[in-house]
Design a protein around this ligand. Sequence first.
Ligand code: FES
Length: 73
Amino acid sequence: SAVCSHLGCIANWRQEEGIIACPCHGSKFARTGEVLAGPAPRPLQRLLMELSEGGELVVDKGTGVGEEQSLKV
Ligand code: FES
């Protein structure tokens, strides 16, 4: 999820730095969602993703998953 774990702003991918950054209070996250710099108190939430029969990537924003779950595309 791009929703920052601090106060809920939408974080953005910064290609040039290879990180996800929140514009509101400066939290930084690794591409895996782990916190690199606060004030975010915890990682970004990992969400369930599936590939539809038509080949579209479907994100279930209501279902969190653990680090052990991944989707190969
Ligand atoms: Fe993201 Fe505060 S909401 S750092």
